[in-house]
Design a protein around this ligand. Sequence first.
Ligand code: 1GP
Length: 241
Amino acid sequence: MKRNSILNYIQNAKKNNQKLLAILLDPDKISLETIPSVVQKVNESSANLIFIGGSLLFKNVLDDFVQIVKNNTQLPVILFPGNAIQISDKADGILFLSLISGRNPEFLIGNQVVAAPLLKQTQLEILSTSYLLIESGRETTASYISNTKPIPRHKPEIAMATALAGEMMGHQLIYLDGGSGAQNVVPSEMIELVATNCLLPIIVGGGIKTKKQLNDAFENGATVVVIGTAFENDFNFFNNL
Ligand code: 1GP
């Protein structure tokens, strides 16, 4: 994978008003043996990207997991790490996240400092990403583990100001996330307010389990929508979309 090819792909999608679907695979939820059949389902779906990661991984299998996924798909494979130890040079790229909705220095810059020299030794495409956790009904693993408060869901203007700050800091992407398995999806008006004020492509995820929720996120300005839990619960999920 060439430098900037994933970023260019996402930027072009935004420019041409194309919508991209990313499937999130959590190495704790899928055994190594079942990856080929699961990825086959992804290949048959309308997915454009594969994300791999989780806020907290219990199995130490990331390298093997990524390699087997790569062996079974042509789609770009992008790490979505919960911390600095979730690095594998077998992927094509990594969301280099800064959790700017929070005020925990470890997730604003600490993990990034630990990861940077290791990433420098890989061929991974680095996708500098403003990561915003949005309150979604009950506490999520991401918010608990990062020890940060998500942005209140009835405060779209705070999300907009935060995303603008990320854009001004030079990030390349904005990720609005309710957290995996979120009870409520990121509110439409919040996506829309961020999209109308920021130039960067927007990734939206967390709790999306219906076609309407998927389309709402796209219609309100998301360029990439991420689906994890709904697919994990039913590997035929995309057949019904
Ligand atoms: C979580 O945005 C991702 O960080 C996907 O969420 O697992 O709820 O689809 P779900």
